[in-house]
Design a protein around this ligand. Structure first.
Ligand code: HEC
Length: 245
């Protein structure tokens, strides 16, 4: 019997056809969920990975609010040209504290997954105020008001608490001091600065970010976030080095 003959016959027996549909759909469903059974072995471990500081979370929230993800991905694929252009490809573990994830699906501008440290803070401020200041052909929109808007920090403890509910390991102390830590990270001369390093690690970047010394602006938070992209752990750089890339 030909393939089509079988199909015609099956279509005439309602129960048989329904069963065949269920079988076919379950195979598809199984194929989709199968990778999850081995998730413990497939997701790399990154013992050195730290959580985002409150200032970086504030910057991340601004990144989401302004829709930067509509033009920028944060996911370097395993293709040769991507690795050559952007650096080691993204590992699953690098997104473990990203709620929601910002992998993106469209690149009008370049991928930003390993942006941290590529440019100076001054470059970012000038670029965000008007991208044409530094890249004459840029099509990116300007975000000048970020430099004129004082950052809201009083609610950052609640943001951290919410993230803890979905699995980010913030401590009670980090939550209690979130507002002071956000201020301290952007104002290195203040009395709050040193505690940020104690709570989030020696490597935490503590500096003005927006070039000011009064109340931190939204610009300071966004630049702090951009400067940490790809630098919460160096597991990707290490595994690329091991692979000889
Ligand atoms: C309409 C699309 C669009 C939006 C929205 C957008 N960008 Fe861009 N972005 C671009 C383009 C195009 C470039 C490349 C030209 C340039 O460097 O300005 C770029 C470049 C960049 C770069 C330089 C990257 C590199 O490696 O050289 C950074 C950083 C950046 N954008 C950050 C942001 C942030 C932060 C936001 C949100 C506040 C944002 N962009 C919103 C289109 C966009």
């Amino acid at each position: 019997m030909s393939m089509f003959g079988l199909h015609y016959k099956l279509e005439r027996t309602t129960i048989g056809f329904a069963l065949a549909v269920i079988v076919a759909a379950s195979i598809g469903g199984f194929v989709e969920i199968a990778p999850l059974f081995t998730i413990d072995e497939t997701v790399e471990k990154a013992p050195d990975m730290r959580v985002y500081t409150p200032l970086e979370i504030a910057g991340r929230n601004i990144y989401i609010r302004e829709g930067c993800y509509a033009c920028h991905s944060q996911m370097i694929r395993t293709l040769r040209d991507e690795v050559d252009r952007y650096g080691p490809y993204s590992l699953a573990v690098e997104s473990q504290y990203d709620h929601p994830m910002l992998w993106g699906s469209k690149r009008t501008g370049p991928d930003l997954a390993r942006l941290g440290g590529k440019y100076s803070d001054e470059w970012h401020v000038a670029h965000l105020i008007n991208p044409r200041n530094v890249v004459s052909v840029s099509k990116m929109p300007p975000y000048g008001w970020l430099a004129r808007t004082t950052l809201r920090i009083d609610d950052l403890g609640e943001h951290l608490e919410t993230l803890r509910r979905v699995g980010v390991p913030y401590t009670d102390e980090m939550i209690a001091h979130a507002s002071a830590d956000a201020y301290g990270q952007a104002r290195p001369d203040s009395t709050y600065a040193e505690a940020v390093r104690t709570r989030y690690g020696e490597a935490t970047q503590i500096r003005s970010f927006d070039g000011r010394s009064n109340e931190p602006t939204e610009m300071a938070a966004l630049v702090a976030y951009l400067q940490i992209l790809g630098r919460l752990t160096d597991v990707a750089t290490k595994s690329a080095a091991q692979a000889g890339e």
